[in-house]
Design a protein around this ligand. Structure first.
Ligand code: PFF
Length: 465
């Protein structure tokens, strides 16, 4: 008996679900602190360039592979007749499991902060360390978050994923706009805007280049088959190039807006921008407190609720990748597959959860030759999965699309939904980028990242000075 795979019922449903996957903690939690550590606007410029030049074509390729085959990230390569290349799908599964394992922990922090804000506990900003080291509480919130994710994924594509995205995404957008308007009215807000918008290119080092690339891939949910999986539920009549362009614009747009929300808030508090993963958790509660108890509770709870919503539409897509694999390849019922995978990933996330204060050795888990301080377990998993595996996955997907599956087939799939795309400038760009620009640049950056971080050979930093 064939197992019912499901489909997105409308084009807008797919766009919202894919944009929901893209828009997440990456935009609102990670992007601002990466900008803060990477010297402000120079990082932003590089991130934008990577998103449009390198990531957009890979996004098109992933959706095309998914739609052509109607298969999960692993099965898609075999369905095209290249079983050996399923290794890209397996790499994607590993990346997805690793990412969700720590992502769920950060989502749990966000959700926990929502609860703290509702109760008016603004002091939590000064107690970020204590909060994250309380593993019983964080553990409870992570169980709640993973269960919410699994509950929606178990309901299937249109009834669960699409429906959730249609409600959550527009709400999120309105919430961000309201917070920006408020942030811009605060004292010193415009110093924040300046830091964010005026680039100082001397700030660009090798590390900044890798993190901008890792961030671009992470932010667009690329390089791990999430978009192959979502693409497999897309209607044959959709114009993939157009959908991919819209998804990229929404994702980049939300990241850029998040900067307009966070930096005025951070500068209004007179706080350092290089606060790392704690940036928004440490700085924001104080900002909300300054609003007075009533308004502070409303705005503060709204913000962390928004962050939790954004995280939820992303954890859904992260869980969907291994779930679709289990359903397609091992013929396991969707609901059963979902809960089994969720449990395994939750367990895999425990060391990350314990690495922010609960267990000291996990907090200083490894000292890599190319990185100054020992990394906590959570950051180490992020380095491997986001900054290393995702660009590698992107590189392999572009090589596969251009030279193995072949461009004629790729282009035919793009044109099958909407033939007006043929010969358009966007399609021409995708064609050139997927064959030359993506493989070359992604290949080079992948190699230098590995040499730099893991062996301490700083080629790019030497060149950039
Ligand atoms: N794009 C998500 C974010 O920016 O928060 C993270 C993510 C989701 C990465 C799904 C990869 C993925 F497959």
């Amino acid at each position: 008996m064939a197992i019912e795979r499901g489909n997105f019922s409308t084009r807008i449903g797919f766009i919202l679900a894919a944009a929901g996957s893209a828009v997440g903690l990456g935009n609102i939690w990670k992007f601002p602190f990466e900008v803060g550590e990477g010297g402000g606007a120079a990082f932003v410029v590089m991130y934008l360039a990577f998103c449009f030049i390198l990531c957009f074509p890979v996004l098109v390729a992933e959706i095309a592979i998914g739609r052509k085959t109607q298969k999960n990230a692993v099965g898609a390569f075999a369905a095209l007749g290249f079983k050996n290349w399923s290794v890209i799908g397996y790499l994607g599964l590993v990346s997805g499991v690793l990412i969700l394992s720590f992502y769920n922990v950060v989502a749990a922090w966000a959700f926990g902060y929502f609860v703290e804000m509702v109760t008016g506990n603004f002091g939590i900003g000064n107690e970020f360390g204590e909060f994250t080291s309380d593993w019983i509480t964080v553990g409870l919130y992570s169980i709640i978050f993973m269960s919410a994710t699994a509950f929606i994924v178990a309901k299937g594509v249109s009834g669960g994923i699409e429906r959730a995205a249609k409600i959550l995404m527009p709400t999120l957008f309105v919430m961000i706009l309201c917070l920006i308007v408020y942030a811009l009215t605060l004292p010193n807000a415009f110093d924040g805007v300046k830091f964010y918008l005026v680039p100082d290119f001397s700030k660009i080092t090798g590390d900044v280049v890798y993190s901008a690339l890792g961030q671009a891939f992470f932010s667009l949910s690329l390089g791990m088959g999430a978009l192959i999986t979502y693409g497999s539920y897309v209607s044959k009549n959709d114009n993939i190039v157009k959908s991919a362009a819209q998804i990229t614009l929404v994702d980049v747009g939300v990241a850029v807006l998040a900067g307009f929300m966070i930096f005025p808030l951070v500068f209004s508090q007179g706080i350092q921008t290089d606060g790392g993963p704690g940036l928004i958790f440490v700085t924001l509660p104080g900002v909300f407190e300054s609003l007075g108890s009533m308004l502070g509770v409303v705005v503060g709870s709204l913000f962390f609720l928004l962050l939790s919503f954004a995280a939820l539409t992303s954890t859904i897509s992260l869980l969907e990748v291994p779930t679709a694999y289990m359903v397609d390849e091992h013929k396991i019922k969707r609901s059963k597959a979902t809960w089994i995978v969720a449990l395994i990933i939750f367990a895999a996330g425990v060391p990350s959860m314990l690495s922010y204060g609960a267990v000291e050795s996990l907090g200083q888990f490894v000292k890599l030759p190319g990185i100054e301080n020992p990394l906590p377990f959570l950051d180490f998993v992020g380095l491997i999965a986001n900054d290393t595996f995702l660009p590698l996955g992107g590189f392999l997907i572009s090589v596969f699309t251009a030279y193995i599956w072949k461009k004629e087939n790729f282009n035919a799939e793009l044109a099958s939904g909407d033939s007006s795309i043929k010969g358009s400038w966007l399609q021409t760009y995708v064609d050139i980028a997927i064959s030359y620009i993506c493989p070359v640049i992604l290949g080079i950056i992948f190699l230098v990242t590995v040499l730099d971080n893991f062996l301490g050979i700083k080629i790019l930093s030497l060149i950039l000075g």
